[in-house]
Design a protein. Sequence first.
Length: 138
Amino acid sequence: MQNAPALIIIVDTMSHDEMTIILTRLDTITGSIDDIKSDLATVTVDLATVKADLKTTNTHIDAVNDRTDVQSFAINARFDEQEGRFAKLERSISHIYSILDSLRKRQESSEQEQLIANNELKKLNGWAHTLSRNLAFD
């Protein structure tokens, strides 16, 4: 308070009206400061409420994330199960194609054998007719 003597001199030289004006202004400023303090207290309470609401919201978001993780795990498990089923089905289809290919090859072989046997029977039948003509059994 190095300026205190100067302030006393200024106050001593002021008139009563000037002092009243200054005191009125100081009261107004003090009231404004009290209003600001009250507003700050309200803002502090509001911020505390917002902070609590954010904490609750974060808790809810964490719970939703946990449920989402569980659901994602279940979905992944189902996809893995379906992939296993598809792989098994592909193996079964491949096995069926293999069997069908084997059967086709056997059928082709059997048809060739029947053609050969049929040709042999035709030759034998031709010889039998030739023999019977030659022996006069015809």
